[in-house]
Design a binder for this molecule. Structure first.
Ligand SMILES: C[S@@+](CC[C@H](N)C(=O)[O-])C[C@H]1O[C@@H](n2cnc3c(N)ncnc32)[C@H](O)[C@@H]1O
Length: 200
């Protein structure tokens, strides 16, 4: 089955219409703080959008691969990374094509509004992808969003529940950290939850 949101053009049209309501316009404070706590390593940002966090992680000394299949997203990231004079590996690609080339490559995968962008039928496939590209002991660092939508509301973004996320990231994962961050940006407070899963 192919879903409308499987097509890069679906997302590209949203960028071209300047309708990317999810875009924070800058670095995500939660990830900015977490980056300071992590050992340096290889980061993959899936569905990176304009990529402010990709540049932030790179500026802090991480080796960053940022992946998005919408050309407007990767072009914007190229421009921001050039301006900041920082090296980010930018991949204009479907995240589901990262394996097997990137199997067991990354120490961290960063998730923000990518899980809710793919069709709910593909969520297990997404989990398998993340599992494969992480090293053993690698961490899936997710801001799981939006918690205030249901499937009946339609998507994307497709609603999520924490119970569902935990049931998908269950076998071969342990939860390292879970909280509603104090420093979520105002309009996402209590609509997103930080959960870090560690690959076993
Ligand atoms: C809701 S946006 C979030 C963007 C970014 N993470 C943010 O928070 O600003 C979803 C992004 O994921 C990208 N995307 C969706 N499905 C994808 C896929 N299968 N492969 C690569 N990128 C994908 C879209 O092009 C879009 O940029």
């Amino acid at each position: 089955m192919v879903y409308k949101e499987d097509a890069a053009q679906f997302w590209e049209d949203i960028y071209l219409e300047d309708d990317a309501g999810w875009d924070l316009g800058g670095v995500t404070p939660v990830f900015d703080n977490i980056a300071d706590e992590l050992n340096r390593g290889k980061v993959c940002i899936v569905g990176c959008g304009h990529g402010y966090d990709a540049v932030m992680f790179a500026l802090k000394g991480f080796e960053v691969t940022a992946v998005d299949f919408a050309p407007s997203a990767t072009i914007a990231l190229e421009s921001i990374s050039e301006k900041e004079n920082v090296n980010v590996q930018i991949r204009q690609s479907d995240i589901f094509c990262l394996t097997p080339k990137y199997d067991s490559v990354f120490d961290y995968v960063i998730e923000q509004a990518c899980f809710c962008a793919i069709n709910p039928e593909r969520r297990k496939e997404y989990e398998r992808l993340v599992y494969k590209i992480l090293k053993p002991g690698g961490k899936m660092i997710g801001l799981w969003f939006p918690l205030d939508k249901t499937m009946a509301d339609g998507g994307p973004p497709w609603g999520i529940t924490i119970d569902e996320v935990k049931s998908i990231f269950k076998n071969s994962w342990i939860i390292e950290r879970e909280e509603f961050p104090e420093i979520s940006i105002q309009h996402r407070k209590n609509r997103e939850k930080l959960i870090i899963f560690e690959k076993q």
